[in-house]
Design a protein around this ligand. Structure first.
Ligand SMILES: C[S@@+](CC[C@H](N)C(=O)[O-])C[C@H]1O[C@@H](n2cnc3c(N)ncnc32)[C@H](O)[C@@H]1O
Length: 363
């Protein structure tokens, strides 16, 4: 039994027991009282048992019968910590709850309080202002870097940024995807390779976004769409780059590499084996050309044929691990709806609408 679990069990028999029982006496409209209880009573008692702040609240929320989730306990704790004097403050309590839980910065919280008093804001006014400021901050970020920076691992874009890639090119990805990958996984002076360059989205991003202009890149494709792209068939000649010379590779393989939804279930296992053979060659080549610490991001999704699903993201993860890389990222990206792929009415099978971008690092 781990030390942590043993401690948690001992705790149940200690003074904490009665505090845990008391917790459910709080109703959801006295968040501040609950915060006070947590900060003044529960957390010090938990500390005596060797359980620290966040861990103690997580343990508390997982007790059977506890009606408050961890996120709520944390909000209440923040509320009381930031505004222990809430009764003496000029605005209604709800303003301070929102400020404590939505605004991280102390100076900003003071500014919002001042503005709310001066302008006689309602709580909706405050919420709107916090929201607008957050949107403006994100917009600033966008202009600061020159593209739509995503902060979470779900990358959805309303439209492809027209500066990157050629319009109407089949299989083109939004350039914002490339920009985000370069932002998170490359550094100044890196040497980058795109072996499936398609419409040249990759090169357009490096050329057009100022923060990436110090990176050098080369693009390849079996059918080059412009003069910056070198002709190469990955399956026949691999990736024509020196061993351990590359810092980052983007892999956006063509749909022809994967089983087609029109394949019969009878053909599916052969089709899967063929795909895995192709992917294995690409992964082997990528691992060869990457420097130690170099990264590769691959755009991939499961294939669903009838009632069968082939988990290609899982399969390539294993392949990369086999070739000495560890996974460092996973992003989800909705496919812009392609109605021709959708099922006919009455057919009970789903199609894949979410692509994954898996990133690996060479150990
Ligand atoms: C999904 S597209 C890439 C799109 C690209 N990321 C963009 O934004 O335009 C895949 C590309 O792989 C190329 N391709 C197909 N088979 C190939 C092979 N054996 N070797 C190299 N490229 C290949 C296709 O010509 C196609 O341009």
């Amino acid at each position: 039994m781990s030390e942590k679990i043993r401690k948690q069990q001992q705790v149940k028999t200690s003074e904490l027991d009665s505090l845990i029982e008391k917790l459910n006496s709080f109703s959801t409209d006295n968040y501040w009282d609950l915060g006070k209880f947590l900060v003044d009573k529960f957390l010090p008692a938990a500390l005596k048992e060797g359980i620290f702040g966040e861990q103690a609240m997580k343990m508390l929320s997982s007790q059977p019968g506890c009606k408050f989730p961890y996120s709520m306990l944390k909000q209440c704790q923040q509320f009381y910590t930031y505004f222990p004097d809430v009764e003496k403050r000029p605005l209604a309590e709800i303003f301070y709850f929102d400020l404590a839980t939505k605004v991280d910065d102390t100076t900003k919280r003071r500014e919002y309080e001042k503005l709310a008093i001066q302008n006689k804001w309602t709580i909706s006014d405050l919420r709107k202002k916090i929201n607008d400021d957050e949107l403006a901050r994100r917009q600033d970020e966008k202009t600061k870097y020159g593209f739509d920076l995503k902060e979470k691992n779900f990358w959805s874009f309303d439209a492809a940024d027209p500066r990157f890639g050629k319009p109407n090119y089949k299989g083109r990805i939004p350039g914002q995807v490339v920009a985000n990958l370069l932002f998170y996984y490359t550094k100044q002076g890196d040497y980058l390779i795109d072996p499936f360059a398609g419409s040249g989205t990759f090169g357009d991003v490096v050329d057009a976004v100022p923060i990436f202009q110090d990176r050098k890149y080369k693009m390849y494709d079996i059918e080059p769409a412009d003069s910056r792209i070198n002709r190469n068939n990955v399956l026949q000649t691999g990736i024509p780059e020196q061993t351990t010379s590359v810092d980052f590779v983007l892999l956006d393989p063509p749909s022809e590499f994967f089983p087609q939804t029109s394949d019969s279930s009878f053909m599916i296992s052969t089709a899967k084996a063929e795909t895995m053979l192709k992917l294995k060659g690409v992964v082997r080549e990528t691992s060869r050309i990457l420097k130690q610490g170099g990264r590769v991001s691959m755009i991939i999704e499961p294939t669903i044929v009838g009632n069968e699903m082939i988990d290609f993201p899982g399969e390539v993860s294993n392949l990369f691990k086999e070739f000495g890389l560890k996974q460092i990222g996973q992003v989800y990206m909705p496919r812009r709806s392609d109605s021709s792929k959708a099922n006919k009415f009455g057919e009970k099978a789903m199609v894949s609408e979410i692509r994954e971008i898996l990133t690996f690092e060479k150990i």
